[in-house]
Design a protein around this ligand. Structure first.
Ligand code: DAH
Length: 339
């Protein structure tokens, strides 16, 4: 009996399998109702009395050993077989890749860049932290001049040397300083103003700056370019230019698009006038060209600056500008089909 136990123990120790069928054979052979262990217990009856205690103990230990080996193999097989199945089932759906959405501000900026690139404008960018020269002085804002108060500024260093740019017009200066005309540039970017936040204005927003410098650029060129933009972006061809003031353009104007007064919404967005205020523009002041080393007798140019949020709010019916900056996914998700 003890020899048999030793022999079986060796066999069990050396047994391993990856197949459920083989494991079942193992169970039947050792642990089944007609298996070897059952037979050993039968034989145990014939063991002489004086050996019963020792053999009985060994037999029990052996039985437990066989059982735990079996349990262990079952567990191993179950854990590996489920993994294998997962890998093998190629019909199962893939990971849940969710499509994101482009931000409404990006959608509008991309569309504007696209529209202007079709008539030869190239995209340029500048830094969000600007020095006084690029944000103000070179743009013909004299020091201590009240025009500087038009734009409440976030200064970030003592003596007002550096500030968060208040407009993308600073990019005009950077490009003009570094490149020679003819220049046809569009400059989208984020700008900052120290203003109270409300449903209609925010301390952070975006602008798209545009300018064109060449020989003989005229106000008529400006008007045609803006009309083209209005037609492409709004699908509306009627624009008007109202006289305005900006230090860096002379003459200066603001452009409105005729929107109509057909619906309640038209009334709301045009404040009952039928006209939608869209951008500021003008002929680049000769002082600005000279500040950047461009001969104002040889070259002239026009420039314009468009507020992006206002267009995005109008395009997507967004009632409150703050929604644009809160990054609430319930808001952002709505734009997943908008491009
Ligand atoms: N920089 C102006 C602003 O932020 C917008 C602007 C007006 C830009 C006229 C221009 C321009 O280039 O010609 O209010």
């Amino acid at each position: 009996m003890l020899d048999k136990l030793k022999e079986f123990e060796e066999e069990i120790k050396g047994f391993s399998t990856k197949s459920k069928e083989e494991l079942e054979q193992f169970r039947i052979k050792f642990l089944g109702s007609k298996g070897l262990i059952k037979a050993l217990f039968e034989d145990f009856k014939n063991i002489p009395k004086e050996q019963k205690r020792e053999v009985g103990q060994k037999l029990n230990t052996f039985k437990n050993f066989a059982q735990s080996k079996y349990d262990e193999l079952v567990e191993h097989l179950n854990s590996t077989s489920t993994n294998e199945n997962e890998c093998e089932d190629y019909t199962k759906p893939g990971f849940p890749f969710e499509f994101g959405a482009q931000h409404p501000v990006s959608l509008v900026i991309n569309e504007m860049c696209d529209i202007f690139s079709r008539i030869g404008f190239v995209v340029k960018e500048g830094p969000e932290i600007e020095d006084d020269w690029h944000n103000f002085s070179a743009l013909n804002f004299p020091e201590e001049h009240p025009a500087r108060d038009m734009q409440d500024t976030f200064f970030i260093s003592s003596k007002d040397k550096y500030a968060l740019r208040t407009h993308t017009s600073s990019v005009q200066i950077r490009v003009m300083e570094n490149e020679k005309p003819p220049l046809r540039v569009i400059a989208p970017g984020r700008v900052f103003r120290n203003e109270a936040i409300s449903a209609r204005s925010h301390c952070i927003f975006h602008q798209v700056e545009g300018f064109y410098i060449d020989k003989n650029v005229s106000f008529a060129d400006l008007k045609q370019t803006l009309q083209y933009f209005a037609k492409e972006f709004f699908g509306k061809a009627k624009i008007r230019l109202r006289p305005s003031y900006f230090p860096f353009t002379e003459p200066s104007a603001e452009m409105d698009v005729y929107w109509g007064l057909e619906t309640e919404t038209d009334y709301r967005i045009t404040k009952g006038t039928g006209w939608l205020e869209v951008l500021g523009c003008g002929m680049i002041d000769p002082n600005v060209l000279e500040n950047c080393g461009i001969d104002s007798k040889e070259y002239s140019g026009f420039a314009f600056g468009i507020g992006v949020e206002r267009l995005a709010m109008q395009r997507f019916n967004i009632p409150d500008i703050r929604m644009i900056f809160e990054n609430d996914v319930r808001f952002l998700k709505q734009f997943s089909a908008a491009f």
